[in-house]
Structure formats: C-alpha cells, structure tokens
Design a binder for this molecule. Structure first.
Ligand code: AMP
Length: 225
C-alpha cells in the first residue's frame, strides 16, 4: 500500500506514520527527517537545504525530489511506504505520480489531517525530540518521566530550531500558500480521506487503520474479480 500523509506541520503525521509503518510493515519516509539527516552528515543536499529549513521555508523541489526518489527506489519500498511531508507542492505531487507510473504503481490513499492552527502552534512550540532515537514528547501533553530525558533511551531531549514560535508561524503560512492546494488535487483524483487530528492519538490510529483495511479489502477484490 502506497500512502501519503498530508496536513500542516504539527498535525501528528509523524506519530501516525510510525504506527502505520509498524502495523503494515512498510517504511515510514519522512522528507523532513531525510533532509535533517543530510544536514547532519554534511552532504551536498544538506548544505543546500539548511538555510531553508531554518527559516521555515520549503527546500527547492529539485533538492527534495532527488532525496525522495532515491529512497523510494530502495528494495524495502517494493510493497509500499508511508510518505510523511512529501509532496508539499503541486510540482512535487506530479513528479511523484509520474515516477510511480513508470514503476507501474500509484498512490493508493492520501490521508488529509485536519487540525486548527491554534492547536498546531500549541503542539509545535512545546514539542521536544530525543537527540538519540528521535522519539517525540511535549512539555505539556506528553511529558517525559524525567525532565529533559527520553523515557525509552535516556537520550537528551531538544527543541527543533524550526519549532520556535516565529518559525512555526512562517511554516504555517508556507503550508497555506504552497501545500494546502494539494487537498483539491488528491480529492479530484478520488484518493483523499479526511482524518480529524483533534482526537486522542489511539483514536486517530484506529480511524486510519480502518480506512487502510477497507482499502486493502477493496484492492484484494479487484485482484480476484
Ligand atoms: P517536517 O519535518 O516535515 O516538518 O519538515 C521540516 C522542514 O523540511 C520543512 O519546514 C521544509 O523546510 C523542509 N521540507 C520537508 N519536506 C519538504 C518538501 N516535501 N518540500 C520542501 N521542503 C521540505
């Protein structure tokens, strides 16, 4: 199953993508994580991406498309993947469709996470990430047992530089101006499913799992019939 998670930053896409990845045994591909890894390892892509990410702006299409293409072509994506944070522009969406078409595939379902901007600002400005294992916390909503330390691996927690309040507002503006239009694109393609992101994490996971199971059954029927 080839899945896209679409929605503003802070909608919970990363958390839900991890769950789907485990349940469906398909890789979670986060364009943001791939870019941050490239920055940390000092690759050419990382050098090009850094200043955009720090300002809360989109990295140019040609930079991010390259990194995603390479990832999708790896063997573990053969049976599907969950794309989180990609595509973010219409050009990226079209390139993705074209690429999958040449591989004889297509996106099966796009989950559109609906959440208010106030909730996004509250979530992102309190978000803390484990420097060692990448686990997510929130100072208020999901606090770690020991302040500043990861419950799972005792790694140090830090705030992403682009989760600072002024950058969060810029990221939301960028989302409204450059990414929100993809909702119509995928709705027209009849693969968009809306997910309310204002529920508990487990409830959201259940709603997503129900839709995936329905899509899988539909897929099996078309294969048989
Ligand atoms: P995320 O972790 O998805 O919130 O992404 C963090 C940052 O990485 C974004 O604010 C952008 O600067 C950059 N980024 C991630 N994915 C993309 C994409 N598909 N296109 C352009 N820039 C991206």
């Amino acid at each position: 199953m080839r899945i896209v998670f679409l929605g503003p930053p802070g909608a919970g896409k990363g958390t839900q993508a991890e769950t789907v990845s485990k349940n469906e045994k398909i890789p979670h591909i986060s364009s943001g994580n791939l870019l941050r890894e490239a920055i940390e390892t000092g690759t050419e892509t990382g050098l090009k991406a850094r200043s955009y990410i720090e300002k809360g702006l989109l990295v140019p299409d040609e930079v991010v498309v390259g990194i995603i293409k390479d990832r999708i072509l790896k063997g573990d994506c053969k049976n599907g993947f969950v794309l989180d944070g990609f595509p973010r522009t219409l050009a990226q969406a079209k390139i993705l469709d074209e690429m999958l078409k040449t591989l004889g595939n297509h996106i099966d379902v796009v989950f559109y996470f609906i959440v208010s901007e106030d909730a996004v600002v509250a979530r992102l400005s309190g978000r803390m990430i484990c420097s060692a294992c990448g686990a997510n916390y929130h100072v208020q909503f999901v606090p770690p047992i020991k302040e500043g330390l990861c419950d799972k691996c005792s790694g140090k927690l830090h705030q992403r530089t682009d989760d600072k309040p002024e950058t969060v507002l810029e990221r939301l503006k960028v989302y409204r101006e450059q990414t929100a239009g993809l909702v119509e694109y995928y709705r027209n393609n009849k693969i968009l499913r809306e997910i309310s992101s204002d529920l508990k994490i487990e409830e959201i996971s259940k709603n997503i799992a129900d839709i995936i199971n329905y899509e899988l059954k539909k897929h099996k029927k078309t294969m048989v019939g």
